[in-house]
Design a protein around this ligand. Sequence first.
Ligand SMILES: [Cu+2]
Length: 266
Amino acid sequence: MHLPLIRIATAAAAALAMSVPAAVAAPANQATIDIDDQNMTANGFAAGSGWTRVTINADRPVDFGIVALKPGKDTGGFANAIGKLSPDRTESWGDWVAGGSTRPGAPYVVALDMDPAWYSVIVYERKKQYQVGGFSVFDRPGGFEEPASTSTIGLRDFRFDTPRTLDAGGTLKVVNQGRQIHELVLARVKGKPAAAVKLAKQGKFGKIRFAGQPSQAVGLVSGGTTNVVTPELAKGRYLLVCAYGDARSRNKPHATLGMAQAITVR
Ligand SMILES: [Cu+2]
């Protein structure tokens, strides 16, 4: 397999267009990342560290990830290395703090508690991945507060720690409490959710009967990270799933190890 692993990771939703989480309404730094052809422009990060509402725009459909480099890492070296790094191997350089998909007119919005660091924005394409740019967050605390959330979902190795019901239109605090990289896909399903869970646990994502567009509420993120997102979820029965897999899970999609669960949005 030479495709970037994120393509494998999002296999559950890859065949379907994704919906994109909507804005987070909360007091926070406001920052934007505008991705164009092969580059990006970042604005608003100079306000300092702390909770920041980040809006990622692109003039084309883009799958992206954001890596916070560890102190002392060579930023140029990372830019050169990323083309050949799988997501798990990238973690020797830094943590995946955010990830998702954005489309023209439908930006991805996430609130992050940003530590002082240098951040690299990676774009995944069909057969390659590359850095479109980066930005610094300085050690200049803004004192912004964590945005309010209506539910907390924990991502664990290998299960979800989640309430059985979520509020439609609610804001989700998604915490990767595991050691491994995980994602959070919310897929509304037709028929009995138990059937969808069973198929997901068998890795048979293509046989699941989805109702509407699955939402990759949070893309691949490292252990220890928190993302606050507001996916626009219609009421209904959902499959909560992580389809990612890498060498540490013997390349098994995490859904087959237990990361598939039914929940209700009401
Ligand atoms: Cu996972």
